[in-house]
Design a binder for this molecule. Structure first.
Ligand code: SF4
Ligand code: SF4
Length: 295
């Protein structure tokens, strides 16, 4: 990714954003957030959220206390661990108590670890100020569209003000919240990465427009991820028969968007409980049971 100098300085020890750093620094995710406030057609609720993670894997759910214990255990074992993210297994901001409690604890007890969070954006504007009180390095928003007509094909409903809202109306609210959250974060100087799930025939043509819009609003990195439609992971909510993109299609789109902004090409869609260097997952060494036994 060709990042501007001032951003490069901020992310030099972040394994996800610096090609260099990903050989030297490690990251971990803690899965503290089970609930979600929207429905994506491509989501299978049994598995991790695709805001950030590879869908089709199940992460062990942690309480904020367990997340804290796990983080300290990992930090003792893997000193290169610089970044901790909350990426699911649902939407972290649809579980504000659990996510914020985890951030509070970590900023107090492990102030050197940078924090990040990924979200679909629906609850972002109301939580921006609180998130920014912690040691937040960056926020990832999954933005699959900026057009509600396309959004209605991706999101059957959202849960908004205690009611289920459907169709174009729902997509319009979600898009407005995402864009507002993005603007609020960049105004406050927080780095924002945008993830988009490439869904052939649904938003493939449209993602260039998404890239243009989010760049104009200050997002520093766009990460186009392939829809992973693997039948062995169960029936997707509403995308029966929907295929994922080929490698060529993914790369072609990344190239087209690259004219507009820095593209991320080495995201591994790590599990919501991944631990270690990118491309490696030592999560199995730090299960609740094992961490409890370490005390
Ligand atoms: Fe599933 Fe979408 Fe919610 Fe993530 S944001 S848990 S993919 S419905
Ligand atoms: Fe980094 Fe992508 Fe893995 Fe998140 S999912 S930790 S951005 S490589």
């Amino acid at each position: 990714a060709h990042l501007p100098e001032h951003i490069r300085a901020k992310v030099h020890n972040h394994p996800c954003f610096s090609e260099d750093a990903h050989h030297h620094y490690a990251r971990m995710h803690v899965a503290v957030a089970p609930a979600c406030n929207i429905q994506c057609h491509y989501c299978n609720r049994k598995y991790d959220c695709s805001n950030e993670s590879r869908p089709g894997v199940v992460s062990e759910l942690l309480t904020p206390e367990q997340a804290m214990a796990k983080t300290l255990a990992v930090a003792a074992e893997i000193p290169q661990m610089t970044v901790l993210g909350i990426a699911g297994p649902g939407d972290p901001l649809a579980n504000p108590e659990r996510t914020l409690a985890t951030f509070r604890e970590l900023s107090a007890k492990a102030p050197d670890i940078k924090l990040c969070v990924s979200t679909n954006g629906l609850a972002l504007p109301e939580l921006v100020d609180e998130i920014c009180q912690h040691n937040i390095d960056h926020v990832t928003i999954t933005i699959n569209c900026v057009d509600p007509e396309i959004g209605a094909k991706i999101y059957p409903w959202i849960f908004w003000n205690n009611r289920r809202v459907r169709g174009v109306k729902a997509a319009r609210i979600l898009i407005e919240q995402q864009q507002k959250g993005l603007e609020m974060l960049t105004e406050r100087g927080v780095l924002v990465k945008v993830n988009s799930v490439l869904i052939p025939g649904v938003n493939d043509e449209h993602l260039k427009e998404v890239s243009r819009v989010v760049k104009a609003k200050g997002a520093f990195l766009h990460n186009v991820m392939p829809l992973i439609a693997e039948p062995e992971h169960g029936t997707f909510y509403g995308l029966m028969g929907q295929r994922g993109p080929s490698n060529d299609e993914l790369q072609a789109l990344q190239d087209e968007c690259a004219g507009d902004m820095a593209m991320m090409r080495h995201c591994r869609q790590c599990r919501a409980d991944a631990v270690g260097m990118l491309g490696e997952d030592r999560g199995a060494e730090f299960t609740n049971e094992k961490v409890a036994a370490m005390d």
